[in-house]
Design a protein around this ligand. Structure first.
Ligand SMILES: [Zn+2]
Length: 236
């Protein structure tokens, strides 16, 4: 899987001619757009970081096996949603990085390290969405931030409002208070990432109704859509 991370590696390579690789070898189909994207990445546009954490080998992160034999694995769901968001952002020419191109489990410490490297490389012009499916008994959608003293709060509010608009009549958007649309939680990925960071729990994989929704194309498209619409609002 290709991601914009290559642009940062290429940028470093440009400064070090001895390890330079022609950009056309990295992403041939993008050659014409490269100057344009460089300009956005390195001038004023925010870069979106998408965390699709957990791996195919992560224990527990899966739904029960339902009566028809179907089962959801969270690593697959997270990656599929991230890819849907990524493809739409790519079309919109919005700089975006998939944090975990691997399929195996990458530790939270390593993921935070990657985020903070991008934070430095983009000169603080980035933010993180960490995509998950929930478990533990419940239904609906929710999002989390670590600190209310950051832009995370604004981004989470926009995102949860998008979720309410999209799902509100069919699904619960879970919120701690009537006037607070996000949860404040001590999760490492949003705590140790230096940029604004929001973690989304996109329905419950251990509740059959929710799980069937997030296994469906329609459900996945709608989950990707609320993230993309939010990102468009943040970037604009
Ligand atoms: Zn998760």
């Amino acid at each position: 899987m290709w991601c914009l991370k290559n642009f940062f590696e290429k940028k470093i390579a440009i400064k070090e001619p001895e390890i330079s690789v022609p950009i056309s070898e990295i992403v041939p189909e993008l050659e014409n757009d490269i100057e344009d994207i460089y300009e956005k990445v390195y001038n004023n546009m925010l870069t979106v970081i998408l965390d699709n954490g957990h791996g195919e080998n992560t224990p527990g992160k899966r739904s029960p096996v339902w009566d028809d034999g179907s089962q959801l694995f969270e690593y697959e769901f997270n990656r599929d949603i991230v890819l849907r968001i990524y493809q739409q952002l790519f079309e919109l020419n919005i700089p975006c990085i998939i944090l975990v191109p691997e399929l195996n489990d990458i530790s939270l410490t390593e993921r935070c390290k990657r985020v903070n490297k991008i934070y430095d490389e983009t000169e603080k012009k980035c933010f993180l969405f960490s995509i998950h499916a929930n478990a533990g008994g419940g239904t609906g959608w929710e999002c989390h931030i670590y600190s209310e003293k950051t832009k995370s709060k604004d981004y989470a509010t926009i995102l949860a409002q998008e979720a309410k608009n999209e799902f509100g009549t069919e699904w619960k958007v879970r919120q701690p208070l009537p006037n607070q649309l996000y949860w404040v939680s001590n999760f490492q990925i949003i705590r140790d990432s230096k940029c604004p960071a929001v973690l989304t729990e996109n329905f419950f994989m251990d509740k059959e109704e929710d799980c069937r929704f997030i296994m469906s194309e329609e459900g996945r498209d709608r989950i990707a859509k609320i993230h993309v619409e939010t990102i468009k609002k943040i970037i604009s």
